[in-house]
Design a binder for this molecule. Structure first.
Ligand SMILES: Cc1cc2nc3c(=O)[nH]c(=O)nc-3n(C[C@H](O)[C@H](O)[C@H](O)COP(=O)(O)O)c2cc1C
Length: 203
């Protein structure tokens, strides 16, 4: 076993669909969180993917899935991408990669939980290891505020709310911090897994 096997950066891909740019802004925050740990990060917009984009996902150690919530679920754009992975699902191409998810909707609740569950089920169908958000609920006491991380109180992944009439740059700063945290957490867990596999393989 070489020192490189233990210290190589985690390869984290962020695969997302965003119709109006809000979820894309959050995807950038996830990427920034992962990059802060030294991970090698790739951003993949899942509509209109090239062969090279598919290779990026196939080569990644972790894929963080993100979708806007439309009609209480992942967007049609994300679901079209999911259905294109059927062959990979059957072949186990993404088996044992790390996975996590985030979503954004207009309403504070907006049935986002359903979207996160769809993302987690999608990852499970690929036999991926789902990483939860790893934050307690914010904004749930008299001392809390909308600027708390995890202000909307999700555990399964990151849930954000953006007013439907604002620009992509106006995504709530607490939601950006929450997504940044998710990216960092995924990268750290992935690095531990990659290093652990190197040790196991050498034993
Ligand atoms: C077709 C459609 C369906 C939507 N359904 C929901 C919904 O179920 N719940 C909700 O809170 N917001 C819903 N919204 C609002 C979007 O989630 C919201 O505008 C979000 O910020 C869009 O993210 P995006 O800019 O990444 O596309 C919907 C928007 C559209 C266009």
């Amino acid at each position: 076993m070489t020192a490189n096997a233990l210290s190589r950066p985690a390869g984290v891909a962020v695969a997302y669909h965003s119709g109006f740019g809000h979820t894309a802004t959050l995807a950038n925050a996830v990427a920034a969180g992962a990059e802060a740990t030294g991970a090698a990060v790739s951003m993949i917009a899942v509509t209109g993917m090239s062969d090279a984009d598919w290779h990026v996902l196939d080569d990644a150690d972790a894929i963080v899935f993100g979708s806007a919530t439309y009609m209480g679920n992942v967007s049609a754009g994300f679901q079209a991408f999911a259905e294109k992975t059927g062959r990979r699902c059957m072949n186990g191409t993404w088996r044992d990669k790390v996975a996590a998810g985030f979503t954004n909707s207009g309403a504070k609740n907006g049935d986002k939980m359903h979207t996160l569950m769809s993302l987690a089920v999608f990852a499970a169908q690929h036999h991926m290891h789902w990483v939860n958000l790893g934050l307690g609920a914010g904004w749930n006491s008299s001392a809390g505020s909308e600027y708390d991380m995890n202000r909307l109180g999700f555990w399964l992944g990151a849930g954000a709310a953006t007013d439907v009439d604002v620009e992509a740059e106006q995504v709530h700063r607490a939601d950006l911090a929450t997504c940044r945290h998710l990216g960092q957490r995924v990268a750290e867990v992935t690095r531990q897994l990659v290093a652990g596999r190197a040790v196991t393989a050498a034993a």
